[in-house]
Ligand binder design. Structure first.
Ligand SMILES: Nc1nc2c(ncn2[C@@H]2O[C@H](COP(=O)(O)OP(=O)(O)O)[C@@H](O)[C@H]2O)c(=O)[nH]1
Ligand SMILES: [Mg+2]
Length: 201
């Protein structure tokens, strides 16, 4: 459930970008930060280390304006994908309102996508949440690599592997080029806000 401040009429919506390491989560946030810079008046905080670009998480808050007199504040988080950082991943999921699962469309990443989705389900279970009821969408990232002759999974294959039984909105994307990055974000915000509104009624 979102954090709601009734006195100040503020609803905080927490969105987490989840997925295998190096799938493009940070690149999504960097693109959003660049593209909506003047509109969001927000700082992007990235905790970096050598090797991987993010050790802990990336965090970006921004305002969506008023909905029914409530100020909607959205917070975007990403998690580190490597198996050894599971404690951090679990912690970032605390209080999550919506998830973008960023899959890496490269053919060599097929198994790590599936493993990461399984890991997400396990970590959600610790908070008594699950993918059947939570707002979430998928992003099939790095589709631009096909042009360079790098083997990428077909959307059909990715749907089979990751979205079978869920039927969630899914966006073939290139975080690097900004293809479907905004569409992915808009969709998850809309689903999360709708779900919060329903819980409030
Ligand atoms: N070609 C291509 N490379 C990408 C894309 N998205 C991310 N990358 C690259 O993949 C690497 C890992 O991206 P990053 O955002 O750090 O992944 P994260 O670990 O999920 O946060 C970086 O070198 C990015 O430039 C994409 O859409 N296309
Ligand atoms: Mg990252």
């Amino acid at each position: 459930m979102a954090f709601i401040n009734l006195k100040n009429k503020v609803i905080q919506v927490k969105i987490v970008y989840y997925g295998p390491g190096r799938g493009g989560k940070t690149t999504n946030l960097e693109y959003i930060h660049r593209r909506f810079h003047d509109r969001i008046h927000a700082e992007m905080v990235t905790v970096k280390t050598h090797g991987d670009r993010t050790l802990f998480f990336d965090f970006m808050p921004f305002d969506l304006g008023l909905i029914h007199g409530y100020q909607i504040k959205v917070q975007l988080y990403t998690v580190p994908g490597q198996p050894k950082y599971n404690a951090t991943r679990k912690l970032v999921l605390r209080g999550v309102d919506g998830i973008v699962f960023v899959a890496d469309a490269m053919a060599v990443c097929r198994e790590s996508n599936v493993q990461s989705l399984r890991n997400l389900q396990e970590n959600l279970a610790a908070y008594r949440k699950n993918l059947a009821t939570l707002p979430w969408v998928l992003q099939y990232n790095k589709i631009d690599l096909a042009e360079q002759g790098i083997p990428v999974l077909s959307v059909d294959q990715l749907e089979q592997d990751l979205n079978r039984g869920f039927g969630r909105p899914a966006f073939p994307a290139s975080a690097l080029k900004g293809i479907n990055v905004a569409a992915t974000l808009k969709k998850i915000i809309s689903l999360a806000v709708t779900s919060i509104r329903e819980e409030l009624m």
